[in-house]
Design a protein around this ligand. Structure first.
Ligand SMILES: Cc1cc2nc3c(=O)[nH]c(=O)nc-3n(C[C@H](O)[C@H](O)[C@H](O)COP(=O)(O)OP(=O)(O)OC[C@H]3O[C@@H](n4cnc5c(N)ncnc54)[C@H](O)[C@@H]3O)c2cc1C
Length: 402
């Protein structure tokens, strides 16, 4: 490539589809490297819909985030994280309140820094990642595909318009990514496992009866399958921000949670009532989590997973790639989705920085490395979900439409 072509290419922004965790962390990395970018997000703003669930962060996830944010912003991020050591991870019978499993193995599996389990709300994480990038986000822009040009790429939107020409397009629009569909020629598949979930929030005082730690409450009393709830990381620092809310994530084996319709519109009161009815016979100590729910934040959730054997191969297109759930959707088992997504952002951001912006070869190098750790994560998450949630993906399993 001639110098003049390279210069003109590198003045064009990197186009990013979606303003989720993976996209925003990549944008943060590009901003720090002085590489121009533009983000196109379907939602109208950051607070368009409930997004308060908490994410548990692994050592790999934290390392990736730290490598992008730098010392000062990472410190701010770290302060926002809940951390717990103490009783660690405890599995309880949801109906009797008795301990099912409590062991160092589980605690060690979840612990990241300093032997502590670390968590943060998705909203806080997004806010910090978006720092300094806000003016480069275009809201209410639904990406439906892309078009390659002689010397770049343009995003195509649902209203038929196209973006400015970019040097590279990164699809980070989550499980229904149209960029992923187009890029892989349909090889990137997302399956509907049939398991369903609800995530909810309640004031932190509602969790007091549980004590410090991360709790898995499991109800095996139904003939058609188990329901379990995993709570946020609950530290013992009651004095810090008494208005804060904690969350929990409920998962029902296929067929147990039956929402009135099969899309994502079951939110708020309807989702909250569903969660209450499923937990009515639960041990009194756990009831405040559901009785005192912030109904507005409750949301139904379809549990999906990419091809369990891992991220498939497709012919590399130097100017288009995919990150996060768009390329590797995972079940909640193991809490690996966001942790893998942030690794993508850190890796691609670093390769672009080292290349001084878009260069042929960058996306191929990124995809080669990403396929290894992301395939392992999808496989691990799926295998755990087979055991914990009774899911099974086979030739008859429905895919999620993009
Ligand atoms: C209840 C729950 C609990 C979870 N707990 C954990 C956990 O503990 N640990 C963990 O590691 N992971 C966890 N995950 C998974 C984690 O949330 C995801 O892996 C992570 O959010 C993926 O980030 P992403 O940026 O790829 O996608 P997303 O965060 O889904 O972002 C995608 C963005 O793209 C936008 N978008 C979608 N379509 C379009 C379009 N056509 N055009 C433009 N924009 C579009 C969306 O509005 C969104 O802003 C959990 C998930 C859920 C639902």
């Amino acid at each position: 490539m001639s110098t003049s072509t390279s210069t003109s290419t590198n003045n064009k922004p990197v186009l990013i589809a979606g303003a989720g965790l993976a996209s925003l962390l990549l944008a943060h990395s590009l901003r720090r490297s002085g590489i121009p970018f533009k983000i196109f997000e379907r939602d109208a703003s950051f607070v368009f819909r409930a997004q308060g669930y908490r994410l548990r962060l692994s050592s790999e996830g934290l390392d990736a985030i730290e490598s992008v944010l730098g010392a000062e912003t990472f410190q701010r991020f770290w302060e926002k994280c809940g951390k717990t050591g103490g009783s660690g991870f405890v599995s309880l019978n949801a109906v009797t309140g008795e301990a099912i499993e409590k062991g160092e193995g589980l605690q060690n599996a979840l612990a990241s820094r300093g032997g502590r389990v670390v968590g943060i709300s998705r909203g806080d994480m997004r806010k910090i990642f978006a720092d300094g990038c806000e003016e480069d986000i275009e809201w209410a822009r639904e990406v439906t595909g892309y078009e390659l040009t002689d010397d770049g790429v343009r995003v195509v939107f649902a209203d038929g318009t196209k973006s400015v020409e970019g040097s590279l397009l990164v699809g980070g629009e989550g499980i229904r990514s149209r960029v992923a569909q187009q890029l892989s020629g349909g090889k990137l598949k997302v399956y509907d496992t049939g398991a369903r979930g609800i995530h909810g929030q309640a004031p932190r005082t509602a969790f007091r009866g549980l004590g410090e730690g991360v709790f898995m409450l499991r109800d095996d009393t139904r003939a058609n399958g188990a329901v379990s709830v995993i709570t946020n990381v609950r530290p013992d620092d009651e004095t810090d921000d008494p208005d804060a809310q904690f969350g929990w994530t409920m998962v029902g084996q296929p067929g147990v949670i039956r929402p009135p319709n099969e899309d994502y519109t079951v939110v708020g009161k309807q989702a909250a009532e569903m969660a209450r009815s499923l937990t009515r016979n639960w041990y009194p100590r756990f009831q405040p989590l559901f009785d005192r729910m912030n109904e507005a934040e409750a949301a139904f959730w379809k549990i999906t997973c990419s091809t369990p054997s891992g991220v498939p191969e497709w012919p590399n297109e130097p100017r288009v790639t995919v990150i996060g759930d768009a390329v590797h959707s995972m079940t909640p088992a193991g809490g690996l989705g966001a942790n893998t997504a942030v690794r993508d952002s850190a890796l691609l951001g670093r390769l672009l920085r080292e290349a001084g912006g878009y260069k042929p070869g960058v996306t191929a190098a990124y995809e080669k490395e990403m396929r290894v750790y992301a395939s392992a994560a999808v496989h691990q998450s799926y295998s755990t979900a087979v055991r914990q949630m009774g899911v099974k993906i086979d030739a008859d399993t429905r895919t999620v439409d993009a």
